[in-house]
Design a protein around this ligand. Structure first.
Ligand code: ADP
Ligand code: MG
Length: 475
């Protein structure tokens, strides 16, 4: 007949469970423990201060109704906040501290009816104004599947992304790890999956976050001594997209906390999407246990787009920007910028800017200038062809002359310089250099390199050639 804390709380739970979504019930009520009942005050233990705030903000009414039903109108509710400063180092929860001693935040007395007390206790991760609704997804709506063009280079990653978006947490692609070089669409694809999920499952909590920001938040939470709130916040997310996880390398603390969050989400059937500029095997300074988690699902690579995909991406961008550009220029761009879609877009943008700014037509010449800028900035890989071109330009001859069989001294010198720089700036073998520079054998190339060495230490004029050419080639 006499009521216990547990029996009262169980009755409250039964009522609450009937009145809220099962997801919310699991998240916010299952972790609560009834601790004691004195007079008409029920003490419940909650896992963190954040938890307490959340309950107060979102479930005060239902708690009040439930408790009043059980204990009458004089019912009181006391929260006991479990103190857990470090993960895995659980201390016993603190005892209730009398309400007079409110300054101690470890524990709080709260009366029913509860009014919005302590509004200064804000969860830093929730955008003001919509706190009581949803967590802001941080997704860029322009990065969607429609604008992510399909090609051989991204087919696997793109279709895995679509599969995940159709059934978040319900495929074996969990986590889905998208990896690939800079500017190949990892961030775009990560957003696209999130945007699509939000579209199909508006009730799901989706969060996009860069590993960098995640790290900052984590460090901040340690400073403010609310690491648990941080963890808790991430554990309630349905679809977590973490961009550039290679940035976690060497950050043991962040990796540890991410490991716990990851496990929690994974165990609860939540979807995790990760991007990285490296394949898991190439990630350095990432803990083994985390690496092995990354491999649980699917690792899908974004490769360099082939020519047709590059053309399609350029045309799509022009179309979306409402700009027309002759086909030969589109082809020129696609032929010259091959390994980075961001640069491809950058070149288009500066091309458009130059032409409208100077009221000039977009011509191949203009395109060439702009591509040159881009290619230089990205350190063009010096090829033997390029070396021959630079050397023959410098000596005002054409490449055919440089390669010819003539014994004229200034032509021989130019040819020897080309061989010397080919040896210096490329990984090609002597034999390969010889065959590309006028069909010579490897001994000729070796001789050329020695001659250039000798001459540049004895002949001032010649040394100047070497210096000038060196500059041109490494610009
Ligand atoms: P990463 O994160 O791999 O460095 P991003 O996702 O930032 O690359 O992509 C760079 C740019 O290229 C973005 O503007 C993106 O929209 C564009 N992009 C990448 N892949 C595609 C694609 N398949 N279709 C259209 N645009 C793409
Ligand atoms: Mg990116």
């Amino acid at each position: 007949m006499s009521k216990t804390a547990e029996s009262v709380w169980n009755n409250c739970l039964a009522f609450i469970e009937d009145n809220i979504t099962s997801q919310a019930y699991k998240t916010w009520f299952e972790p609560i423990k009834a601790v004691k009942l004195t007079d008409n005050a029920l003490s419940i233990q909650v896992p963190s201060k954040f938890f307490y705030e959340w309950l107060e903000e979102h479930y005060v009414k239902i708690l009040k109704v439930a408790l009043t039903k059980e204990l009458g109108t004089t019912a009181k509710l006391v929260y006991i906040i479990r103190m857990e400063n470090t993960y895995g180092n659980k201390q016993p929860f603190t005892e209730k501290i009398p309400s007079a001693n409110r300054s101690n935040l470890q524990s709080q007395d709260v009366d029913v009816p509860l009014k919005n007390k302590s509004p200064e206790l804000k969860n830093p991760f929730i955008i003001p104004g919509i706190r009581n609704v949803k967590i802001e997804s941080q997704l860029n709506p322009n990065y969607n599947f429609e604008s992510f063009l399909e090609g051989e280079s991204n087919r696997l990653a793109r279709s895995a992304g679509l599969a995940v978006a159709n059934k978040p947490g319900g495929t074996s692609f969990n986590p889905l790890l998208i990896f690939g070089g800079v500017g190949l669409g990892k961030t775009h694809l990560g957003h696209a999956i999130g945007v699509d999920i939000k579209d199909k499952y508006p009730e799901k909590t989706v969060l996009y976050i860069s590993a960098e920001k995640f790290t900052q938040q984590y460090i901040e939470s340690v400073k403010k001594n609310n690491r648990n709130d941080f963890i808790h916040f991430y554990q309630i997310i349905d679809v977590l997209i973490v961009d550039d996880i290679q940035l976690l390398s060497g950050k043991a603390g962040t990796q540890d906390v991410f490991f716990h969050i990851f496990n929690h989400l994974h165990q609860n059937g939540k979807q995790v999407i990760l991007t990285s500029d490296k394949a898991p095997v190439d990630m350095i300074d990432i803990e083994q246990r985390l690496l092995s988690r990354f491999k649980w699902g699917l690792s899908a690579e974004l490769n360099h787009p082939d020519y047709d995909t590059r053309v399609a991406i350029i045309k799509n961008k022009l179309y979306r920007d409402g700009v027309e550009m002759p086909d030969d220029i589109v082809e020129f761009l696609a032929n010259n910028i091959k390994t980075n879609i961001r640069e491809l877009e950058g070149a288009i943008i500066s091309l458009i800017a130059h032409s409208s700014f100077n009221k000039k037509e977009i011509t191949i010449d203009l395109a060439r200038k702009i591509v040159d800028n881009y290619v230089k900035h990205t350190k063009r890989e010096v090829s033997i062809d390029y070396i021959q071109k630079v050397v023959s330009d410098y000596f005002q001859m054409d490449v055919d002359t440089l390669q010819s069989k003539t014994r004229k001294r200034h032509i021989v010198q130019a040819r020897q310089l080309a061989m010397f720089f080919a040896k210096k700036f490329t990984k090609a073998s002597l034999a390969s250099i010889g065959s590309q520079i006028g069909q010579r054998d490897h001994a000729t190339v070796l001789h050329a390199c020695k001659t250039v060495d000798n001459l540049s230490s004895t002949d001032k004029q010649f040394r100047k050639y070497v210096e000038d050419l060196s500059k041109k080639l490494t610009l």
